[in-house]
Design a protein around this ligand. Structure first.
Ligand code: S3P
Length: 166
């Protein structure tokens, strides 16, 4: 693997964590989940950060994690779905790294996140409408990553195979 890090971008429920863990195992790299690092540093859950400190504070914590991870190598990084909103995050993580954007169709995303209450942005009355609106707002950002993998109809193994042979 000629890359410093492998960076997985993509909306919530596109498979960044499941697929990233397996990619890291196969390539003997270290898996890191950015949300876990943010939670560890804040000492509170993501819903708590959003409700007590606000989304902007969450984004600032996320930014600090990006800066720290960008200085390391040998990592498979599952980013949070909103990391893409800050262009500096994308350029920092992409430096000498393999950047991949995972995608999935809205109804598939809904099925994957349905019973999950850990994603404050999706705690709305109509999750499908929210998913579609957020995807629409971020579409151009996700599309700017040259490597795209649609995981809608893929098994984890199939997606992993694609990535490890890139
Ligand atoms: C977010 C995605 C989440 C988490 C937070 C905000 C987003 O990460 O960072 O709830 O803005 O899309 P996952 O994509 O890992 O669920």
């Amino acid at each position: 693997m000629a890359y410093k890090n492998i960076v997985l971008f993509g909306f919530m429920g596109t498979g960044k964590t499941c697929i990233g863990k397996e990619v890291a195992r196969k390539l003997d790299m270290t898996f890191v989940d950015m949300d876990d690092l943010v939670v560890g540093r804040a000492g509170k859950t993501i819903p708590q950060i959003f409700s007590e400190d606000g989304e902007n504070h969450f984004r600032a914590l996320e930014r600090q994690v990006v800066v720290d991870l960008s200085r390391q190598s040998g990592l498979v990084i599952a980013t949070g779905g909103g990391v893409i909103k800050n262009a500096e995050n994308v350029s920092d993580l992409g430096c000498d790294g393999l950047e991949i954007c995972l995608t999935a169709k809205p109804d598939i995303i809904l099925g994957r996140v349905e019973d999950d209450t850990s994603r404050p942005l999706l705690n709305t009355d109509d999750r499908l409408v929210t998913i579609k609106a957020l995807l629409h707002a971020r579409e151009h950002l996700y599309n700017s990553i040259p490597n795209q993998i649609d995981t809608s109809e893929m098994t984890v193994d199939e997606a992993v195979e694609k990535i490890v042979t890139m």
